[in-house]
Design a protein around this ligand. Sequence first.
Ligand SMILES: [Zn+2]
Length: 234
Amino acid sequence: MDQTKEQNDDYGYNLFPERKKSKYQKGSIGESLFTFSHKCQIMLHVAMETNPYAKVLLGALKNSGCAVYKDRHFSCEDCDGTVSGGFDATTSQIVLCQNNIHQQAHMNRVVTHELIHAFDHCRAHVDWFKNFKHLACSEIRAASLSGDCSFSNELARFNFGLKKHHQKCVRDRATRSILAVRKISKEEAVKTVDEVFDSCYNDHEPFGRIPHSKKDARFAYRDFENRDRYYANL
Ligand SMILES: [Zn+2]
C-alpha cells in the first residue's frame, strides 16, 4: 500500500469551508447572539465544565503540557455535509460544526472525540497527513473512547453481545472517518484500520478503560484525579 500518495488530497478541508477564510474573521457580537454560534459556545462550555469524559481529557492534556483553552483551541463553524467536528492539526484547533450539532449529548461526544485526537497529537508525533496508520489509530481510539459506539448498547446487547458490537462499530466509524477526509479507496481504509486495530483499540489512555457510560467516565475521572494526587505527593 502506498501511504504517501497525495493526488490533490485536500485532507478534508472541503468539509470545513470556514477554515479557508482568513483566521479570526468572525461575525460581530451582535450577529452571534441567539445564533447557532452562540448556542454552540454555550454547549461547549457545558461540555468542558460538566462532562466527565471531556474533563479527563482536558486534565490529561494539561498534564502533558498541552493545556486546552476554550477561546484559542475551539472554533464553532458552519460545516458541509453531515460532519459534526474535526481536529485541524495545522492550527491545533478543534472545529465544532454549529450547524450540525443541536443537542448537548451530541456536543459532549464531539468534544470528547476531538479531544482524543488533540491528546494523540500532543503525546505522540502523529503524521496526520501522510501516514494513514497514524490517522487510523487515532480514529479507532476516538470512536472507542468517546462513547460514539456506546450509544446503542442497550439494543446491541440483545443482537450481538456488547463487546462484539462495540468493536464492529469502532471499525466502521474509524473507516468512515478516514474516508471522509482522505482520498483513498474503501478497501485501503478497511485494510489500514485492520492493521492497527488491536494495538490501538487496546490503548485506553488517558481513561485506563473503555468508558461505556457517564458513570464509567466519572470513575475514570476519579482515578485520574487520584493518580494526579499520588504524583503530587512523590
Ligand atoms: Zn475523528
